[in-house]
Design a protein around this ligand. Structure first.
Ligand code: GDP
Length: 488
């Protein structure tokens, strides 16, 4: 009668590891994904779009990429960071908004750095929604009119709007016979709708504008057709990879603090940045998930405006944490070039986002920057709760984050102080090599957050990382392909 039904094993885990940001983006996810990528067969981006940017800094001798000078900075936006490896298949999933022009540029930029992108190592979902020139135009216009919320002007909110209206154009349109006409029409009409034609005093002005729109639509179509060989059924493909037990790493864009529902509205991004968003955006289910790794930066930073209760105001401390101008790890939006607000870690906020993401292991980046604080201070802080003076002289206390983050308004952060350390930790490759104060800080975080810290970033370069031996074993065990053991 029916085929044999396999009983589900409650403890069975899939093989798609998720890397999510537990801050406001820029936590250093790129570096963590790059490390896991050593042992992965597939890397994927499944939400957000070119508004995200990941950076890895490779040093001489790493991979087969030729590196001149001290090191090579590689920036990815739509393409998964794992593309730097020769052994990975890389996928852009259905919920990642696809900007063809930016993708073509990103491919060229990566090629200039020695990384070839071909349909063999990159696949783009046929279900992805296309970012049209009009989306970018509308986004920029909103920001420039002073009505914006600090967007990266990448058109994300506008492609999301069209998606909600079911009016988005999917990448599958690139594959049809009359793709050129469909795409051109969508690009031209989208832009034409943004123009207030009645405001033109003469036909010459209107004709000139039309000419610009035609050029923009032509450019868009050329880029969209150029990526045709990459468009594929990534959902089937990723499911097959999971079913075959391949090790996959899905790289989150932005962070929990910017999630469109659970971040601090309205200063949020347009996608679901939590693990649920990564899974759904890939076409997978929670049963396919292996490890969920939550990335924390030793001091969270944020771009895009809005209240930031844990913000650091001490100029000397800020100057150290921001880093030197032009440095690879300078605190500046990688995609937008905007300055970042910087704050102390908040235990209540981290607990909140750990719970929502179902985090198994933590990765803490930029621990080396805390050592640099020794130049200007002897202490650094972590927020442990929030308090507010209530009527009658009593104090209201908040140790759990309210559903609506706006309800934190008026509360002041209460911090616990930690001693800085003076030792340079960039050479440390094991927890034992860290100074006592640094270990004490990590222990405190593990206890307060109830999770192991499996990885610690101790410098900007990709090899400046400490990995807990148990986590390393787990990654090695489940690898099918990956780099040869000798170079891993
Ligand atoms: P993402 O948006 O979370 O992917 O953040 P990125 O991967 O772009 O990282 C932001 C910056 O932090 C990059 O320039 C990295 O080189 C840098 N970075 C990552 N980890 C560390 C670390 O442990 N120490 C230092 N100093 N810089 C780091």
């Amino acid at each position: 009668m029916s085929a044999e039904v396999k009983q589900s094993e409650p403890t069975e885990r899939g093989s798609a590891h998720l890397v999510v940001g537990l801050g406001y983006g820029d936590e250093g996810k790129g570096k963590i994904v790059h490390f896991i990528g050593r042992y992965a067969d597939v890397g994927m981006r499944s939400q957000g779009g070119k508004n995200a940017g990941h950076t890895i800094y490779l040093r001489q001798g790493e991979l087969s990429i030729p590196i001149q000078g001290e090191g090579l900075e590689i920036n990815t936006h739509q393409i998964p960071t794992t593309v730097a490896y020769e052994h990975t298949r890389n996928l852009i999933g259905p919920d990642a908004w696809l900007d063809p022009e930016a993708l073509v540029q990103e491919m060229a930029d990566l090629k200039a750095k020695g990384i070839e992108i071909t349909p063999e190592n990159l696949g783009v979902s046929n279900l992805a929604s296309l970012v049209l020139p009009s989306h970018i135009f509308e986004d920029a216009a909103k920001e420039e009119n002073g009505n914006g919320l600090g967007s990266t002007k990448a058109g994300m909110a506008f492609v999301a709007r069209d998606e909600a209206l079911h009016e988005d154009i999917r990448a599958s349109a690139i594959l049809v016979d009359n793709a050129r006409e469909i795409l051109w029409q969508a690009a031209y009409e989208g832009l034409a709708d943004c123009v207030n034609w009645s405001a033109f005093e003469n036909d010459v002005d209107a004709t000139n504008v039309k000419r610009e729109l035609v050029a923009a639509a032509d450019k868009f179509v050329a880029a969209a057709l150029a990526i045709k060989p990459y468009i594929t059924e990534t959902v089937k493909e990723i499911q097959d990879h999971v079913d075959a037990g391949k090790q996959i790493v899905i790289e989150g864009a932005q962070g929990a603090g910017l999630d469109r529902r659970y971040g601090k509205h309205p200063h949020v991004t347009s996608s679901t940045t939590l693990s649920a968003g990564l899974i759904k955006g890939a076409g997978l289910s929670h049963k396919d998930v292996g490890l969920t790794i939550g990335v924390i930066k030793a001091f969270p930073s944020k771009v895009g405006g809005g209240e930031f209760p844990d913000e650091i105001t001490d100029e000397e401390i800020l100057a150290v944490l921001k880093g030197e101008e032009g440095a690879v790890d300078e605190e500046k939006g990688k995609t937008s070039g905007r300055d970042r607000q910087i704050g102390w870690l908040s235990i209540p906020l981290l607990r909140h986002y750990i719970r929502m993401n179902g985090v198994d292991e933590l990765a803490l980046t930029k621990l080396d920057k805390v050592a640099e604080l020794a130049k200007v201070t002897t202490k650094f802080s972590v927020v442990i709760k929030y308090v507010k003076n209530a009527e009658g002289g009593s104090q209201a206390e908040m140790s759990r984050i309210p559903d609506n983050l706006a309800d934190l308004h008026g509360y002041e952060p209460v911090t616990q102080e930690f001693d800085v350390w003076h030792e340079d930790i960039t050479g440390a490759r094991s927890f034992e090599e860290l100074p006592e104060n640094a270990r004490g800080f990590l222990k405190f975080l593990e206890q307060e957050l109830g999770l192991p810290i499996g990885m610690v970033g101790v410098g900007p370069a990709s090899d400046e990382i400490i990995v807990r031996p148990e986590l390393l074993e787990r990654l090695k065990e489940s690898r099918l392909q990956g780099v040869p053991e000798s170079s891993a």
